[in-house]
Design a protein around this ligand. Structure first.
Ligand SMILES: CC(C)(COP(=O)(O)OP(=O)(O)OC[C@H]1O[C@@H](n2cnc3c(N)ncnc32)[C@H](O)[C@@H]1OP(=O)(O)O)[C@@H](O)C(=O)NCCC(=O)NCCS
Length: 217
């Protein structure tokens, strides 16, 4: 099928998605249709806060919604799993890609324009394996010790595909975690980190990035 060229407004990736959705509905069986969005009304009625223009694809799971806040123009793709725990607060213009997850029952804050790539995992709480008690949720709470913590991902930070962020870590503004890395300590702003163990491999242009972001918002 021939596709008409798509006119994009600055920063408007959503029209691409909608164009694809229209095309696939025309020539694919429903099993292969592109994803659909939850309605704005559903998001506003159930989430603690839902910003204007928020897009959450059906097939993601945000549970329990009343402890999860998501800001304006953020996009949460199909297959994302967010356990709200002690509170999850996601800023504006954030993208959380397919298969990413926030788990562990603690707190999580994600700043504006941050990106969480496919299958990245943010863990906000862990079993205490040194408590001398058994682990896992089938064990009654009084026989088990879970340490809940907090993860903070700064504005403009990127956690690339398959990376794992452990509890009580602060990823500084604009910092980047390369694919497959494990983050077990705080990361300085606007640096790029890769490998296991994690080392700094680069730096980003804070001024340029912020200038463009200011034009978008
Ligand atoms: C983080 C990333 C963007 C870094 O890119 P970059 O700034 O262009 O850096 P470079 O590719 O020049 O790599 C710098 C160094 O880090 C190393 N490095 C890069 N990515 C790495 C990774 N994932 N794990 C381990 N080392 C890595 C490179 O080998 C290089 O080391 P060297 O200087 O010894 O040769 C990129 O490596 C990455 O992880 N991409 C994954 C993107 C992704 O997940 N996309 C999916 C969703 S968009």
């Amino acid at each position: 099928m021939r596709r008409e060229p798509i006119q994009l407004k600055t920063g408007d990736t959503e029209s691409v998605i909608h164009e694809r959705t229209r095309c696939s509905r025309l020539d694919s069986p429903p099993e292969f249709a592109a994803g659909e969005l939850l309605s704005e009304d559903t998001l506003r009625r159930n989430l603690k806060y839902a910003g204007k223009g928020l897009k959450v694809f059906k097939g993601s799971r945000l549970f329990p919604p009343e402890v999860i806040s998501v800001g304006e123009s953020t996009r949460i793709d199909e297959g994302v799993f967010i356990y709200g725990g002690a509170g999850v607060d996601i800023g504006c213009n954030v993208h959380i890609a397919a298969g990413a997850a926030i788990i562990g029952g603690g707190e999580c804050r994600i700043g504006d324009f941050a990106g969480i790539s496919a299958r990245a995992l943010i863990i906000t709480g862990l079993e205490d394996i040194n408590s001398g008690k058994p682990t896992n949720p089938t064990v009654p709470p009084e026989c088990r010790v879970v340490k809940r913590g907090k993860v903070s991902v700064g504005a403009h930070a990127v956690v690339f595909a398959g990376a794992i962020v452990l509890p009580n870590v602060e990823i500084g503004e604009g910092a980047v975690v390369a694919a497959g890395a494990i983050v077990h300590h705080d990361l300085k702003p606007w640096r790029v980190y890769a490998g296991n163990p994690l080392v700094q491999v680069g730096a980003r242009r804070e001024g340029d990035i912020k200038k463009i972001a200011a034009m978008i918002r």
